[in-house]
Design a protein around this ligand. Structure first.
Ligand code: ATP
Length: 362
């Protein structure tokens, strides 16, 4: 039986907010409703003063929606946001350091100051390479404005919920959740910053991730409020900065580094992506976007340089096909470049390497 938005809104209209005494629909508390082939997702937005105390209301909404005939799964997110304050902005106190996540030994962010430099490609292949080293790995795609992990890992189904917790999907031996799996294609742009932040923090804290050695977060590109809040509210052990070798990208990478330094998140190192191009026909080596800029920037800023990833058609084709190069062809020089970076990252987060399990392409 096909279920539609009206059915869901009607069901939600029966849920009464105990604070206002009116329905959550009437009070405009439901945002970002998505109904796709029986799978329903929405955001319940409450006043920041209520925060997590509104969790029973969210569960009540879930229960109401689950009763609608044809509904296969419900994923909801509770967010508490405040409208931007009228100017002048009050001085913000530094937030307390975030608590760790039970059963997750380390959380690392893969970030870039600029979009399109291959941040997601690096995040996905780094996660798979860490898993090849024997670590238990999770991957959270937090790139609300261009979530590419579903495509790169070939994920289509929505993660199921269990007692208000998300169950990550499994692919190539890692656990993965993407914010993209909860959103309609055109929806990301209408999500306001605070909603994104709350949803992400909830996906991290309410995901059934444990046990994990490392959770890799594919950050949204840039250094705006969303990124800053993640850096402050997620217990990050460190950040990997991805850049291409051009000056413009490096300037943005420097801004990214400054942001992590400001929030006391250690920079684990810089990766230069799309570094060298070797012509598959004649073997000639060329540097389409320049070469070595990220290494120089790292040296100048006193941050580690983690390595170079070549510009290579196989990297793009395998990502597009949902079989990333580290899973599809682990013995190629391109995959080995990711493995070398993963070895350094594992060492920096204090994870000894274990015998590599084999990754099975499903
Ligand atoms: N080393 C590489 N060689 C060839 N193609 C690459 C390489 N790295 C990334 N790409 C391709 O470049 C495009 C952008 O990569 P990706 O989506 O990883 O970038 P991003 O920085 O995460 O982008 P966004 O900021 O939009 O999320 C993709 O088509 C990807 O396959």
């Amino acid at each position: 039986m096909a279920v539609n938005r009206e059915d869901i809104l009607k069901a939600l209209d029966s849920v009464i907010d105990p604070v206002s005494g009116r329905s959550v629909v009437h009070e405009d508390m439901i945002e970002g409703l998505v109904v796709r082939e029986g799978h329903v997702g929405f955001v319940l937005e409450v006043d920041p003063a209520r925060g997590a105390t509104a969790e029973p209301l969210r569960l009540e909404c879930d229960e109401a929606v689950k009763k609608v005939p044809g509904v296969l799964s419900v994923t909801s997110v509770l967010t508490a946001h405040s409208e931007p304050a009228a100017s002048p902005r009050p001085a913000r106190k530094a937030p307390p350091p975030p608590a760790g996540i039970d059963g997750v030994k380390a959380v690392i962010a893969v970030a870039s100051g600029k979009g399109g430099v291959g941040k997601s490609t690096v995040a996905v292949n780094l996660a798979l390479a860490l898993s090849k080293l024997g670590l238990k790995v999770g991957l959270l795609d937090a790139d609300i404005y261009g979530p590419s992990v579903p495509k790169m890992l070939g994920l289509t189904e929505r993660p199921l919920g269990e007692n208000g917790k998300f169950i990550p999907l499994q692919k190539y031996g890692i656990k993965a959740i993407s914010i993209g799996l909860f959103l309609a294609d055109d929806e990301a742009t209408i999500w306001r910053g605070p909603m994104v932040q709350s949803a992400l923090v909830q996906m991290i804290n309410d995901g059934l991730w444990a046990p994990l050695d490392v959770l890799v977060i594919d950050m949204p590109p840039g250094t705006g409020d969303v990124q800053l809040t993640i850096a402050q509210r997620v217990p990050l052990k460190g950040a990997v900065i991805v850049s291409t070798p051009q000056d413009v990208a490096l300037a943005d990478a420097r801004r990214g580094i400054a942001m992590f330094r400001k929030t006391q998140v250690p920079v684990l190192g810089i990766v230069e992506n799309m570094s060298t191009f070797i012509c598959p026909n004649c073997g000639h080596e060329s540097h389409i976007f320049g070469h070595g800029g990220a290494r120089e920037t790292a040296a100048r800023l006193g941050e580690p340089f983690l390595g170079e990833i070549p510009l290579n058609t196989a990297i793009r084709l395998t990502s597009d096909a949902g079989t990333p190069i580290v899973a599809a062809a682990p013995d190629t020089p391109e995959a080995r470049a990711f493995l070398l970076i993963a070895e350094q990252v594992a060492a920096k987060i204090g994870e000894p390497q274990r015998p590599a399990p084999s990754i099975v392409i499903e």
